[in-house]
Design a protein around this ligand. Structure first.
Ligand SMILES: [Zn+2]
Length: 223
């Protein structure tokens, strides 16, 4: 290692240490600061909460994946991310995705990672798109390209959870369009919650119409 590289590495290390002091990592479930003593074998969760996280059983050979079962723990992590501005939870979810599915994602060999978009009005209200925060972090960790503007949400839709199956379908009709000036052979689409799958399916159709050869999706939590 030459001197400049060595100095850069030391700087990075110092930067990380400083960030840890200023913004210590907290358990995404109870908010306790994580220390050597209370970290569980999953180093991002405290010992008391460790057993509360349940992973989704994707079965074998599934090419679209979900990380967590949509139980109380998953709801809390995602709710706090979206509505209480707990952006650290996006990093937590991305970390979990990479350790659970890193190899599978590499095997799918996506050309780009794309988040399910928010309508611009909702984006303004919330200040960020949670799927974008998670997706960007995953892309960074796996050294994959990331593109947040390949899909556009044209319609401000009602949250799917509140609707019956017929209304859900209507709600999402023509809700998304893709940027037809770009094309990727394989797209990995990211969303937070998979309820009936209709949101990711509508996104997938929009991408396949113009901008992608094939689309897989990855959701953080599945009902
Ligand atoms: Zn905890």
């Amino acid at each position: 290692m030459n001197k400049i590289n060595k100095n850069m590495t030391e700087l990075k290390y110092l930067g990380k240490a400083l960030l840890n002091v200023l913004f210590p990592e907290k358990c995404p479930l109870c908010g306790e600061i994580l220390s050597k003593e209370n970290r569980s074998s999953n180093r991002h969760i405290c010992m008391a909460c460790h057993g509360k996280i349940n992973y989704y059983d994707n079965g074998t050979g599934a090419r679209s994946l979900s990380l967590l079962k949509h139980d109380e723990a998953a709801k809390k992590i995602i709710y706090n991310l979206k509505f209480n501005n707990k952006r650290d939870n996006a990093a937590f979810l991305a970390d979990e995705v990479v350790s659970e599915f890193g190899d599978k994602i590499k095997a799918l060999n996506p050309d780009v990672i794309v988040p399910v978009p928010l309508h611009k009005k909702r984006l303004r209200e919330r200040g960020f798109n949670q799927a974008e925060l998670i997706g960007r972090k995953i892309a960074e960790m796996l050294s994959l390209p990331f593109e947040s503007s390949l899909l556009i949400r044209q319609k401000k839709t009602i949250p799917q959870m509140k609707l019956n199956p017929f209304e859900r379908k209507k709600n999402l009709e023509n809700a998304f369009s893709a940027d037809g000036t770009k094309y990727y052979e394989t797209v990995l689409l990211i969303d937070d919650i998979y309820t009936t799958g209709s949101t990711v399916e509508e996104c997938r159709k929009a991408l396949l119409r113009q901008s992608a050869g094939r689309v897989f999706y990855l959701t953080m939590s599945r009902v």
